[in-house]
Write a protein that binds this ligand. Sequence first.
Ligand SMILES: Cc1cc2nc3c(=O)[nH]c(=O)nc-3n(C[C@H](O)[C@H](O)[C@H](O)COP(=O)(O)O)c2cc1C
Length: 204
Amino acid sequence: MNVLLINGSPKKNGCTFTALSEVAGNLEKHGISTEIFHIGTRPISGCIACGKCASTGLCIMKDDPVNDCIERLKNADGLIVGSPVYYAAPNASVCALLDRVFYYKSAPYRLKPAAAVVSCRRGGASAAFDRLNKYFTIAQMPVVASSYWNSVHGNTPEETRQDAEGLQVMRTLGDNMAWLLKSIAAANIPKPEQETKIWTNFIR
Ligand SMILES: Cc1cc2nc3c(=O)[nH]c(=O)nc-3n(C[C@H](O)[C@H](O)[C@H](O)COP(=O)(O)O)c2cc1C
């Protein structure tokens, strides 16, 4: 079993990485492999709503990490998305990446457990956390919970490491995701059949 952890910060080894590493440590403790995937610092375009991905399963824009991320997520059993908080929201790059990873492409991720982790200096963590959870809940991905909403506080990795409660929340998240992944594997229950999707842009 393996979990993909996306580091959406421009800082490869910053506060978000520090939080994700704490989650990954406890996943590994339970025998789950982990990969922390850094989205880098180069521009990531927003979705251009061309809809081509509906037939290919991939994005037509190939010069950034989006398609790589899609392939990794298809091969993963679980997902953790980490983002720094920018103006009480996930940062722009991670939103651009996730819009394109999820739009018309989420069927292969269905019922894979997922969770968001956010890092802030002082405020806006809950709003950013809620925004990230929207990707999972529209894609039928069970959201793994911890002992608080998943945030750490700090402006540097050193400060983040002083957030004892935040780090405990991360470790508990790792424990809970490992438990859920193992429970799903042990139960081996087929996925529920899906109804044909109903689209209503307006109530008529
Ligand atoms: C453009 C920008 C906006 C930010 N907005 C917020 C904010 O709204 N609330 C907050 O507490 N911290 C804010 N911060 C600070 C970062 O969220 C915080 O330092 C975070 O832990 C950095 O994580 P990283 O090291 O993984 O990038 C902002 C930082 C930047 C660069």
